[in-house]
Design a protein around this ligand. Structure first.
Ligand code: GTP
Ligand code: MG
Length: 308
């Protein structure tokens, strides 16, 4: 494991791929690996790319990869596939859209499947992102489909959240979930070659309470690269805000706390399940029969766990 960590730190892509698999499978040694790598994390710019299905997230990510590569940054893309790792047409599509970067030894592309387990996706994303930072990525793009709580949690792990939408979804703002509107740092109204783009931009600008310098709405045509330099400028401006202002740093801090609380919750749940797994199942069955209420049940299990 130590040797693997060293190879990752030396920038070896195959070692990074192995380390990602190890972390993702939580295979023996994964914790030791992540401990070794942890001091080398925290350097990359993590950008979340989320938004409505089919809006052009992958096409736009591909264009962003090219822009960041032009700045000689090492880039990693983590595409979160909402379906399965094996059947996913989405992943195959992403692969094709990112094909031009496959030969590039400084671009690492990986897809993650959403796991059934609570918080599984957030965990995998966090762990894989750490490996990629240690590998030397200067920018990590995390693409998710903005649908559930899991995806919102993922947004707490990144520094800048880009939300991609497209015109002509009926009520443009309705199509973008309210929660997403709050977490969006930068909006791309993609497919601006279609009708209704200007109206969508104006509407989002109003809803996002702009004036706050760190947020922006940018029209793009990802397939032609139009608006991409402007989008990169808006992302850069947000990064400068988040590292260079008191308000930005405060948000960074509060997200770091939230992220650690999530980590702690997962770690505690693991501990409780490992030591009281059978009782948890039994209690859940009693709950289902309404023989006990969840407040009492949780209290009882916690007391047992503490050994009181
Ligand atoms: N007209 C037009 N089509 C676009 C544009 N950007 C992307 N597309 C097309 O829209 C389709 C979906 O693009 P993707 O990049 O796969 O979108 P996505 O948001 O990643 O999709 P999912 O991951 O499946 O949610 C593809 O056929 C793209 O070629 C654009 O700016 N204009
Ligand atoms: Mg996609």
């Amino acid at each position: 494991v130590r040797e693997l960590a060293e190879r990752v730190l030396a920038g070896d892509m195959r070692a990074a791929a192995r380390a990602c698999r190890l972390a993702d499978d939580r295979a023996p040694g994964y914790e030791e690996l992540l401990r070794e790598l942890y001091p080398h994390g925290g350097r990359a710019w993590l950008i979340g790319v989320t938004g409505t299905p089919g809006a052009g997230k992958s096409t736009l990510s591909d264009a962003l990869v090219a822009e960041f590569r032009a700045r000689a940054e090492r880039v990693a893309v983590v595409a979160i596939d909402p379906t399965s790792p094996f059947t996913g047409g989405a992943v195959l599509g992403d692969r094709i859209r990112m094909q031009r970067h496959f030969e590039d030894p400084d671009v690492f592309i990986r897809s993650l499947a959403t796991r059934g387990a609570l918080g599984g996706l957030t965990r995998s994303t966090r762990d894989v992102t750490l490996v990629l930072e240690a590998w030397g990525a200067g920018v990590v793009l995390v693409e998710t489909v903005g649908v559930g709580q899991d995806e919102l949690d993922v947004c707490r792990l990144v520094q800048t959240t880009l939300v991609v939408t497209q015109p002509g979804l009926g009520d443009d703002v309705q199509a973008v979930k309210a929660g997403i509107l709050e977490i969006a740092d930068v909006f791309a109204v993609n497919k601006a070659d279609r009708e209704g783009a200007d109206a969508a931009v104006r509407e989002l600008e109003q809803r996002m309470a702009l004036g706050a310098a760190e947020r922006a709405v940018v029209p793009t045509v990802a397939t032609r690269g139009q608006g991409v330099p402007e989008l990169v400028s808006a992302l850069d401006a947000h990064r400068v805000w988040s590292t260079g202002t008191a308000e930005g740093r405060e948000r960074h801090r509060s997200r770091a706390i939230q992220a650690f609380v999530m980590f702690l919750r997962d770690a505690l749940a693991d501990e409780v399940l490992a030591s009281l797994g059978a009782e948890v199942t039994e209690t859940a069955e009693r709950l289902e029969r309404r023989e006990i209420d969840p407040y009492t049940a949780a209290g009882e299990l916690i007391a047992r766990f503490r050994g009181t």
